[in-house]
Ligand binder design. Structure first.
Ligand SMILES: [Zn+2]
Length: 322
């Protein structure tokens, strides 16, 4: 995995069609994997609700906006609605409320989506923030435009951990997060099973839950080249170990056998992603990671399954890293 707390230049992220899928347009390519990624992410976000300190309603809606695409790829958007529904998780609250892919989004909870000022993130990010801000217990109201007609849909969605999970347009296998946004690359999704994707998501979500971005920044830890040395390296590595350990509990809570995590790190792709000469010193070796994960299972989830509230790891949030 990439350094999980890498500071992503999200505002400059523009989707381009991955090279491996030249026959399909960029919108179609990304929406297929967007829907699959969301379907894997939602149970993880839902089942680990009480481990998170920030929440959002899990509607099952995946949004996109025309300003995310390079020239020409935004033709799929309804006129006058630069934000639209890219995909909907099957059987989700949004599906039950009658929303459909390609519905143009006019307003969320009564407020229209205004254009971002220069330097601000995409319209999609703004719309996501509005959706995520629905008060707990309230219905999410979405006004949409479909074939020229407008309608307001009310969605009764359960709450889960707040995280924007999205496909990164990159053919290389990658997963990364910045504390609020989790990205899994197209190359990873296209090559890997749902179980491997869940392992990667659980690791990245664990970084968010353990608030590593805040804690590393409070410890003045540097990223990139300088992150490879001394105290920086030690604390970046500590964050990776904590995230790996918590990922076991997140997987178990969502109904997975957590043994899929060590199995991933021993798989061909796991060894390739985590190993090799270019391996960052911030990460333990894949075999070492697999062993630590097995140790966490043995100590804290001896039955290998079931609900878990890993207080020994969640306590770390209150501690300064040093
Ligand atoms: Zn990580």
């Amino acid at each position: 995995m990439e350094l999980s707390v890498a500071f992503l230049a999200l505002s400059s992220l523009v989707f381009l069609a991955p090279a491996v899928a030249q026959e399909m347009d960029a919108v179609t390519v990304l929406r297929v994997q967007d829907q699959r990624l969301a379907a894997i992410a939602q149970p993880l976000l839902r089942a680990n609700d009480r481990l998170c300190r920030e929440h959002m309603p899990l509607t099952g809606i995946i949004l996109h906006s025309s300003d995310q695409y390079a020239d020409g790829a935004g033709d799929a958007f309804p006129e006058g609605a630069p934000v639209a529904i890219s995909a909907i998780v099957p059987q989700s609250p949004a599906a039950e409320a009658g929303l459909l892919p390609d519905d143009g989004v006019i307003a969320i909870n009564g407020a229209s989506i205004e254009a971002p000022a220069a330097g601000e993130p995409h319209l999609r990010d703004r719309a996501f923030a509005m959706l995520a801000a629905t008060p707990a217990g309230a219905l999410t109201r979405i006004a949409v435009k479909r074939l020229g007609e407008s309608a307001v849909h009310q969605i009764d969605a359960p709450k889960g951990c707040r995280s924007l999970v999205e496909v990164l347009a990159d053919d290389q296998p990658k997963a990364r997060s910045d504390g609020r946004v989790v990205q899994v690359s197209y190359g990873f999704l296209a090559a890997e099973s749902d179980h491997s994707v869940a392992v990667a998501l659980a690791h990245e979500l664990a970084h968010s839950i353990l608030e590593h971005r805040r804690r590393l920044s409070q410890a003045n830890v540097e990223k990139g080249f300088f992150g490879e040395f001394g105290k920086n390296r030690q604390l970046n590595r500590q964050a990776e170990v904590e995230a790996d350990r918590l990922s076991i509990h997140l997987l178990a809570n969502a109904g997975y056998d957590p043994a899929i995590a060590p199995a991933f790190w021993r798989s061909e792709l796991g060894r390739r992603m985590g190993g090799g000469l270019l391996r960052s010193g911030a990460y333990p070796s894949p075999e070492h990671r697999a062993k630590q994960l097995e140790e966490e299972i043995r100590l804290y989830l001896p039955s290998g399954r079931g609900l878990s509230y890993p207080e020994h790891l969640l306590r770390m949030r209150e501690r300064a890293m040093r």
